[in-house]
Design a protein around this ligand. Structure first.
Ligand code: NDP
Ligand code: OXD
Length: 309
């Protein structure tokens, strides 16, 4: 059995080692030198070249290295009938929870202004409201959104979430669908986007959505650049509809030199590192799913191609 691996060059060795440690018998093939393509039964990939996966006629499953699978579904040449499995992995979830808590706290405590004051040698005792009176809204209450919601609830923030279907998470007010969106947005002083990028969510972070938030709300987008209309974020910051934004993802990555976000005083940029998949944990999931497939069972965390996530 051979597995084709395609990841960022900087992380390829770590992935190869993780597979070797846990499954020394697996024949690992690298994307640029796949050998006999007929041997390849499984693909473990991040952003494969368009049409590239069609080269493997005996593929039984495609495992995404990331939680997001838009890098596969925006590729129109995905082989038909081959299950796509997304990444659900404890360290990935923990990393995103840390990111959400870190940046919600930064917004809540107005840390960006305190740091600007330090640079200007200004002593200004900035006060924050209490956590229970701070309303946080999380778009997407899946694996990552639900974990972030639970952590913020533990800090006693007033947390709500928005998803396609209703959820029951203790202490988290659940809104869903188009019907629930207005009420969800109207109460979200700090809005965190953890949605998958699909046809339904593309460009969702736009002027119209921002106008439904309380004036001066803030935005944290750790999902995908395709969710955000970047000129609308800049306009909302300009008008004061948004007070600040923390962005981990961008329409174009790396964020191009000279982009207005780089030097915007009310934008915090992180380089799409909100959370990274841990190769050891991920390989454990992939191997367990390979075993399931071998036993004739469906893999866990299979993606619904209709929904695109
Ligand atoms: P899940 O599939 O577990 O959860 C997705 C959530 O979004 C679900 O609650 C789903 O609703 C909801 N949702 C999907 N479409 C809609 C819609 N049209 N309207 C309302 N709600 C919707 O995904 P994860 O939590 O694992 O990951 C979320 C995203 O985070 C990934 O797709 C990826 O893009 C991003 N990500 C970013 C990282 C980074 O470093 N910046 C790292 C990892 C992930 P329902 O539950 O009803 O189906
Ligand atoms: C992911 C990511 O989707 O890292 O996991 O963006």
């Amino acid at each position: 059995m051979a597995l084709i691996l395609r990841t960022d060059a900087s992380r390829a060795a770590a992935w190869r080692e993780a597979i070797r440690r846990q499954a020394p018998d697996i024949d690992i093939r690298m994307w640029d030198a796949p050998g006999d393509v007929a041997d390849i039964e499984f693909a473990l990939v991040w952003k494969p070249a368009r049409g590239g996966l069609r080269a493997f006629p005996n593929l039984r499953a495609i495992f995404s290295i990331g939680a997001g699978v838009d890098h596969l579904f925006t590729n129109p040449d995905l082989p038909e009938g081959v299950p796509v499995v997304r990444m659900v992995e404890a360290e990935l979830t923990r990393g995103m929870t840390e990111y959400a808590v870190l940046h919600v706290l930064r917004h809540h405590r107005r840390q960006r202004e305190i740091e600007a004051n330090q640079r200007a040698e200004i002593w200004d005792v900035i006060e924050a409201p209490t956590a229970p009176s701070r309303r946080v809204g999380i778009m997407g209450l899946g694996e990552l959104g639900a974990a972030a919601a639970r952590a913020l609830t533990a800090l006693e923030f007033d947390v709500a979430g928005w998803s396609r279907s209703p959820k029951e998470i203790p202490g988290v007010e659940s809104f869903h669908g188009d019907f629930g969106m207005d009420a969800f947005l109207a109460r979200s002083e700090i809005l965190v986007c953890l949605l998958p990028l699909t046809a339904a969510t593309e460009g969702i972070l736009n002027t119209e959505l921002f106008s439904r938030l309380p004036k001066g709300a803030s935005l944290i987008n750790a999902a995908r650049g395709g969710h955000q209309v970047e000129e609308d974020i800049l306009a909302a910051l300009e008008s004061g509809q948004l007070s600040e934004a923390t962005l981990d993802v961008f329409r174009e990555e790396p964020l191009p030199a000279g982009h207005p976000f780089w030097r915007h005083p009310r934008v915090t940029i992180t380089p799409h590192n909100a959370s990274l998949t841990d190769p050891d944990g991920a390989v454990r999931q992939v191997l367990a799913n390979i075993e399931r497939i071998r036993r004739g069972e469906p893999p866990t965390n299979i993606v619904d191609p209709e929904a695109g996530y």
